[in-house]
Design a protein around this ligand. Structure first.
Ligand code: SUG
Length: 449
């Protein structure tokens, strides 16, 4: 047992002003199905903020990660678009490569589960918390995030107890999608944990790769991260996702499995070999082992699991409350198979015994549920107090962020409006104000140049 007062802090990504539906993520069924719809950036940002505040009010530690600069003019310049003004550059890109313009406009950095992989200090050999920003190199629109993500993480985790690594080399063998494929198990957050790294495919060994959709996370990346985070082989498990599930739309492991402390909730079709993963996890965990809740396909079909995003939930230990609360999207209530299952869990006082539903429809339409929107960081009281950035949610910060969203966000954004050059200035003005409010220093390209 540790002597520290340790918490799991949920850092949620604030939705950006250009939140839109461009159908950019092949293999993410919601993104493909909803491409071309008109979005509501203001509603999206407020929905995310309400989830953060609800968790804060439950007594959990909640923090915020700011959105990124979009449209990203530096990327357009890198791709050869030039002009005397940002407006000219945008006009050229929209004429020549509408897909590129949509990509540099994506607000995808909101899904911070993909921002980085984090091994907290109780697990690492040097007693520091290790953070590797994800290169996200399997989707062009997401690969743009890593540079700014790295600056933001360095600004928030700037003290000696954290090490922010460089992202992995950006080539296919090191495809890395961050914490969406990583789960840490422990008794108490300050205890040494067992880290589960899940990959979609591997360059070496037998290949059971998906045939239709990309396997975004590579085994080789998991190995590099475990090594550079100073984890021991005893406490590190690597497991392959079920390739058939990827081909049906499970583009990240957090679409099909979620864990908290000694509890693991996952679907029968989550892994290539569920039984072997459980055996290895239990052996590494020791003691009484993990509490496993495997949901069979005949209780909840894979299709319903994906469309409701049941497993893209957050499992949280609410202070003063027995058991575990599950934070799920409202879509789970609307799906009768999933709703019946959740009602039964509550009625039977199972390990998961409270359900909280959230309206995150704006993010969900792009394949981002409650778990996608958060990055978990185990922190001590002292580390939280030592953080110079003003990112920990309070009633005051909530009010400020709400006001900031109301002031700077559009009610709606149709795909053709991405060509509007006014978006560039709107975004810079808002982010300048936000980085000051959050005391982050200069983290955006426009603030550095
Ligand atoms: O990478 N969607 C994101 C959703 C990420 C969800 N994250 C986790 N499961 N952790 C993605 O596929 C869609 C953007 C668009 O189509 O406009 C998008 O990027």
């Amino acid at each position: 047992m540790s002597d520290f007062n340790c918490f799991e802090v949920n850092f949620d990504g604030l939705v950006g002003q250009t939140h839109n539906y461009a159908g950019l993520s092949f293999g993410n069924v919601a993104s493909s199905d909803n491409g071309g719809l008109t979005s509501s950036p203001k509603a999206a940002a407020l929905q995310g903020l309400e989830k953060m505040m609800a968790l804060h009010r439950l007594g959990l530690k909640q923090a915020v990660i700011p959105p990124q600069e979009r449209p990203h003019i530096p990327t357009l310049k890198k791709l050869g678009f030039s002009g005397n003004s940002d407006a000219e550059i945008i006009a050229k890109a929209s004429r020549a490569e509408p897909y590129v313009l949509a990509s540099v406009c994506s607000a995808s950095s909101m899904w911070v589960a993909n921002a980085a992989t984090i091994s907290p200090f109780p697990d690492s050999s040097d007693g520091k918390t290790h953070i590797t920003p994800a290169n996200l190199n399997s989707m062009f629109h997401r690969s743009i995030e890593v540079e700014t993500t790295t600056r933001i993480l360095n600004s928030i985790f700037s003290t000696d107890s954290f090490v922010v690594h460089d992202p992995l080399p950006s080539c296919s063998i090191y495809g890395d999608e961050g914490a969406a494929n990583h789960t840490r198990f422990c008794e108490e957050y300050g205890d040494t944990g067992v880290e589960l790294f899940v990959y979609g495919s591997s360059k070496v060994g037998p290949t059971f790769a998906p045939g239709k959709f990309p396997a975004r996370q590579k085994r080789e990346s998991c190995e590099v991260i475990a090594r550079s985070h100073g984890l021991t082989s005893r406490n590190t498990i690597f497991a392959q996702q079920n390739p058939n599930a990827i081909d049906r739309g499970v583009f990240h492991n957090d679409v099909i499995a979620v864990g908290n402390r000694n509890l693991w909730f996952y679907h029968q079709e989550a892994f290539l070999n569920n039984e072997e993963v459980c055996r290895q996890l239990n052996a590494a965990f020791g003691g009484a082992g993990l509490t496993l809740i495997e949901v069979p396909s005949n209780r909840i079909s894979l299709e319903n699991a994906i469309s409701s995003y049941l497993f893209n939930s957050q499992l949280v230990s609410v202070p003063g409350q027995e058991g575990t609360t599950i934070i799920v999207p409202i879509e789970c209530q609307e799906n009768s198979e999933v709703n019946d299952y959740l009602s039964l869990l509550e009625a039977e006082h199972a390990a998961i015994n409270h359900v909280e539903y959230f309206d995150l429809r704006q993010s969900m339409k792009n394949g981002g549920g409650p778990a996608c929107l958060r990055l978990r960081v185990v922190m001590t009281d002292e580390q939280i107090a030592g953080c110079k950035a003003n990112v920990f949610l309070s009633e005051g910060l909530y009010r400020d962020l709400k006001r900031w969203i109301e002031k700077h966000y559009r009610e709606s954004l149709a795909p053709e409006q991405l060509t509007d050059p006014a978006l560039v200035e709107e975004c810079r003005l808002a982010l300048d104000e936000l980085s000051e409010l959050l005391n982050l220093g200069s983290v955006y390209h426009f603030q550095l140049s």
